[in-house]
Ligand binder design. Structure first.
Ligand code: HEC
Length: 126
């Protein structure tokens, strides 16, 4: 115990707090990705209603985020639409989990970016 100083505890606390906020995701940062380099709006629509320009030709349709209900159960635990499910679908694409392969895989996004997209998608529920 002689190495456990207050300074070490302080650093640990800071690491914990920043880890937490990274995991929680930042909806504003998520919106910037959704509207910008993610090009999510082209299918899911600017308001998340699943009515983007490219949506008409797709079946199953792009998810309507304003309903707050989701159909893919990426981790197979019987509950679709958990944060982990949404994150996995964004990362690996719809086809990886028996959904529409038109939902693209975005393995190029960091876990932080994906957490922010999930936070933004949650905020679109009406
Ligand atoms: C080319 C069109 C297209 C683009 C671009 C697109 N999606 Fe999708 N997305 C879909 C389709 C189609 C589905 C429906 C998949 C299914 O239900 O089989 C879907 C489903 C999803 C789901 C899962 C919904 C559920 O019901 O479980 C999430 C989450 C999602 N998209 C997020 C995103 C995000 C975030 C982006 C941007 C990084 C994005 N999508 C870009 C077409 C697209």
């Amino acid at each position: 115990m002689k190495h456990l100083s207050l300074k070490n505890l302080g650093i640990g606390l800071i690491i914990c707090l920043s880890w937490n906020s990274a995991m929680a995701g930042d909806a504003a940062a998520g919106k910037a990705i959704y509207d910008g380099k993610g090009a999510c709006a082209s299918c899911h629509g600017l308001t998340g209603a699943g009515d983007g320009a490219a949506a008409a030709a797709l079946n199953p349709k792009p998810a309507d985020f304003t309903t707050g209900s989701f159909r893919l159960d990426a981790n197979g635990n019987g509950t679709p639409g958990e944060d982990a499910d949404l994150a996995a679908v964004i990362k690996k694409g719809g086809g990886a989990f028996g959904g529409n392969a038109a939902m693209p895989a975005r393995a190029d996004f960091s876990d932080d970016e994906i957490a922010s997209l999930v936070a933004y998608i949650r905020s679109l529920k009406k």
